[in-house]
Design a protein around this ligand. Structure first.
Ligand code: HEC
Length: 202
């Protein structure tokens, strides 16, 4: 008697929801913006500015002797679903996307007499994607041009991979520079042994 079964099921469901604790409705699940590829190239996640903001580096340089000749900020964003997973686990799930957006540092402007603010023009846009089935090293980098067109993967031999793998505090990402994430990773014990050693010997 399918009709009765349905009626019973509905009653049970109604019962369950009536018993649920009162309070605001649970937030809808974060939509995970899985990476989209076009002819093997990564499509720019156009809404990354609506993602979770992690940090801004100012004039960070890998080479102590090099001065780029201009001051720069770099802003880091991560997709919301992966950020939520990180809150639970202290590390990144498959399909994580992190965006690094570089902007020039402007000095004196109207009103501003000291300090720096960010330029409207972009100086670079790079994406770090975790896609375990697709990339042998699990992660891949993509560097976008001004046109925002889909980007080809940075070849695995590029120095990006070596530096991130050797020095990134969590799973080849620079969580040690993302102030809201580092304490989480430390408390969950997900920082890499290499980084723990590096930071202890500072
Ligand atoms: C010598 C080390 C080094 C090299 C080489 C390097 N990076 Fe990074 N990368 C960093 C550091 C440090 C940060 C943290 C930036 C911040 O805190 O603002 C970072 C952050 C990033 C992020 C933000 C997400 C994350 O993984 O933490 C992206 C995307 C990124 N780099 C892309 C690249 C690409 C693409 C290349 C190669 C073209 C590259 N990087 C080469 C050190 C490096």
């Amino acid at each position: 008697m399918p009709a009765m079964k349905t009626a019973l099921l509905c009653t049970l469901l109604a019962c369950a929801s009536a018993m649920a604790a009162p309070g605001p409705a649970p937030a809808p699940p974060a939509s995970a913006p899985a990476p989209v590829y076009v002819d093997g190239k990564l499509q720019l996640p156009a809404d990354y500015r609506e993602w979770i903001y992690l940090s801004t580096g100012f004039d960070m340089s890998y080479n102590p002797l090099a001065r780029a000749g201009h001051d720069m900020f770099d802003n880091v964003f991560v997709d919301r679903a992966s950020w939520r997973a990180f809150q639970e686990t202290g590390t990144w799930p498959d399909k994580t996307m992190l965006v690094l957006e570089a902007r020039g540092a402007e000095g004196k402007g109207v009103l501003n007499k000291a300090g720096h603010y960010q330029s409207t023009g972009l100086m670079g846009l790079e994406v770090h994607v975790k896609d375990e089935a697709r990339f042998p090293g699990k992660w891949a980098f993509f560097v976008f041009g001004d046109d925002g067109k889909p980007a080809t993967m940075v070849p695995p031999a590029a120095e990006c991979y070596a530096c991130h793998a050797a020095h990134g505090a969590v799973d080849s990402t620079f969580v040690q520079f993302y102030p809201t994430l580092l304490p989480l990773a430390e408390s969950k014990g997900t920082t890499s042994a290499a980084w723990r050693q590096e930071s202890a010997s500072r």
